[in-house]
Design a protein around this ligand. Structure first.
Ligand code: DAH
Length: 341
């Protein structure tokens, strides 16, 4: 009997030595220690076959085997579980110094960024948005803006005509008329949108975007225009920029001005960006021509106003240092991914 027990002990050790998995080890443990079906429990049943005087000694060695087996399997279990945990931890280890995988996400187009920025600035000064149609009639785009059919200023803008009376608007100034026709002053609107001209080179595109502004009220002067332009320029180009008005000509404003900002690149000393002049032209503006107010049924002796119009792409090119307007229309992700809010 003793031999049988020694053999069983050796069998357990041999079987356990080939097992590397705690679940398999548990099966082996059950095979020997399960209360009903276990091989050690079965030994106890053999007791009946022994002479009564042999039974206590036999019971003792079977119990010893059982105690040994319990310890042995507990030890095996903790050894395997520790190894399994170590393996799991090693597999799950993360290197916090490893560079993160690039996370691709969309971004707003630079034109949209600039348009949003301008809308925010002017909304902060009380302007509301008016969006006119892209297909305009000749009257709103030209005639009502003091540019009748034979007017030489029509040559300033090469127009795409859809029919003799309909055209792709060449300027968002057309929106001024639509607003003034229907609104009693005070008026303070900003009109963003696409405009179209038969023009194509490094700084011109047949389709581009403008932002038009119009203020009409009693007692509006050129000083109001410049004060507002200062706020605009300092917000877009930096706290230290100044504005300068230069005499110019537009049929719908009198007087008319070109607006320059002091060069934000060199501070006015002269550089490549400002072509050594210290100034950069950013937009056209002026006091609304009396005739334009009259065309819209507004009394020019009671009300005055100023208007301004700027090209969004031009502002984007200046602010972001974009050399060619085509870059704003080609949708090349290598270019666009460089712009963020
Ligand atoms: N419409 C002009 C253009 O497209 C820009 C402009 C100049 C708009 C003077 C204005 C203005 O409202 O007053 O070139």
């Amino acid at each position: 009997m003793n031999e049988k027990i020694q053999e069983m002990r050796a069998d357990i050790v041999a079987a356990a030595s080939g097992i590397n998995d705690s679940k398999e080890m548990y099966q082996l443990r059950k095979q020997y220690l399960d209360a009903k079906t276990g091989m050690i429990s079965a030994l106890m049943k053999n007791m009946r076959e022994l002479a009564p005087e042999e039974r206590p000694a036999f019971g003792k060695i079977v119990n010893e085997l059982k105690t040994w087996a319990l310890d042995f399997f507990t030890e095996q279990d903790s050894r395997l579980k520790a190894a399994e945990l170590a393996k799991k931890n090693a597999a799950e280890q993360i290197d916090v110094t490893m560079p993160a995988a690039p996370h691709l996400c969309g971004a707003l187009h630079p034109n949209t960024l600039i348009a949003n920025e301008l809308i925010d600035i002017f909304a902060g000064m009380g302007f509301t948005i008016f969006e006119g149609p892209e297909i305009e009639n000749d009257y709103y785009n030209f005639t009502a803006l003091n540019t009748p059919k034979d007017h030489p200023a029509r040559d300033m803008q090469d127009t795409f005509y859809v029919s003799p009376e309909l055209l792709l608007r060449t300027q968002t100034s057309a929106g001024q008329i639509r607003v003034m026709e229907n609104t009693k002053p005070p008026i303070k609107i900003l009109s963003p949108g696409k405009v179209f001209r038969s023009d194509d080179d490094a700084t011109h595109s047949p389709m581009f975007s403008q932002m038009e502004g119009l203020v009409v009220d009693k007692g509006i002067t050129l000083c109001d225009l410049q004060g507002m332009l200062d706020v605009f320029a300092q917000n877009v180009f930096g706290k230290n920029v100044k504005t300068r008005l230069r005499p110019s000509y537009f049929p719908f404003t009198e007087p008319s001005v070109e607006v320059d900002v002091s060069c934000f690149e060199c501070g006015g000393k002269g550089c490549r960006l400002c072509k050594d002049t210290g100034w950069i032209e950013v937009l056209g503006a002026g006091m609304v021509n009396r005739k334009v107010l009259e065309n819209c049924g507004i009394d020019p002796d009671e009300y005055t106003g100023f208007a301004f119009g700027m090209g969004i792409e031009r502002i984007a090119m200046l602010k972001y240092g974009i050399p060619n307007i085509k870059m704003l229309f080609e949708s090349d992700v290598r270019v666009l991914s460089q712009f963020h809010e």
